[in-house]
Design a protein around this ligand. Structure first.
Ligand code: BV8
Length: 234
């Protein structure tokens, strides 16, 4: 990457996992064109029909765990950057898949939670998902509560994870890079405006098409993540 120093914050969205074979949300044929987010990605939807919501996430878990779904060159380039950069690289993902984890990124925050984890509504313990969990007849491995395990996913109307840590990192960073997100969902979509307000960092968007926030970035590159990200960071 052209001579720069200082801490980096990277925000990723569903577009970085598209070339690994996972659906995005708002592209043609995306997840929210197949099912209403109000029915499966809100606390109200879970209250109305928990079995439907559990089935929605179990379907996506099975999709993620098939053999041909693996990290792509963009995930791998960001993991290399974390190893090679002479300052902090903090990766904030909106994605609930585990492809950044499998690529080797470790300074990583899943601000919208994780598909392969479940959370107890009684003791708030977070556990690795198993096929017998999240079925409604399951018991919490920690407190034994029956049928109270929900997906460890941040739904619309719920507060994303790690917001204080993210705010601090946005304040300090020298580079803010956004990859594969439409810039639709807040507060993530507002991060570039926050970095711009601080006025210190370079900001770059790497995306297949201009996002809703493209005009706020100093640099905008368009194309597939597996081409743009390695070219930009290596
Ligand atoms: C909250 C988990 C209060 C579920 C998700 C203003 C301020 C604050 C909140 C709001 C606000 N205005 C509205 C709100 C409420 C709401 C919101 O933003 N609504 C939207 C619809 C307007 N936000 C919330 O409710 C959030 N909570 O606000 O709490 C609060 C906040 C802060 C502090 C205190 C209190 C919670 C939002 C989280 C919801 N959960 N995910 C699940 O996954 O099942 S969000 C959902 O959208 C997805 O999970 C995803 O994470 C997220 C963003 O989508 P993208 O990742 O961008 O995907 P998308 O398909 O849209 O775009 C893909 C892009 O990739 C495209 O641009 C495409 O061109 C590109 N692409 C495609 N292929 C490639 C590619 N790019 C490169 N290469 C390719 N090959």
């Amino acid at each position: 990457m052209s001579a720069r120093t200082g801490p980096i914050v990277i925000l990723t969205g569903a577009g970085i996992s598209k070339e690994s074979g996972l659906d995005t949300f708002r592209c043609a044929g995306g997840i929210w064109s197949q099912v209403r987010l109000e029915d499966v990605a809100t606390p109200e939807g879970f209250m109305r029909d928990p079995d439907r919501v559990q089935a929605f996430y179990n379907d996506r878990r099975r999709g993620l765990l098939t053999d041909n779904i693996r990290p792509n060159a963009a995930h791998e380039a960001l993991a290399r950057l974390e190893c090679e950069w002479d300052d902090e690289v903090f990766l904030v993902t909106q994605n609930i898949d585990d492809l950044h984890d499998r690529a080797g990124s470790s300074n990583l925050l899943h601000m919208h939670g994780e598909l392969l984890k479940v959370r107890c509504e009684v003791c708030h313990g977070v556990h690795e998902w198993r096929t017998d969990l999240g079925t409604g007849e399951d018991t919490c491995p920690a407190c034994g509560a029956l049928g109270r395990l929900r997906p460890h996913v941040v739904w619309f109307g719920e507060i994303p994870l790690g917001m204080d840590r993210i705010a601090d990192a946005l304040e300090r960073c020298a580079l803010f890079m956004s990859v594969g997100t439409s810039g639709t969902v807040y507060p993530a979509a507002g991060f570039v405006a926050e970095v711009t307000r601080v006025g210190r960092a370079h900001t770059v968007e790497l995306n297949m098409e201009a996002s809703n926030g493209a005009s706020l970035f100093r640099e905008v590159l368009q194309g597939p993540a597996t081409e743009l990200v390695p070219a930009y960071v290596d």
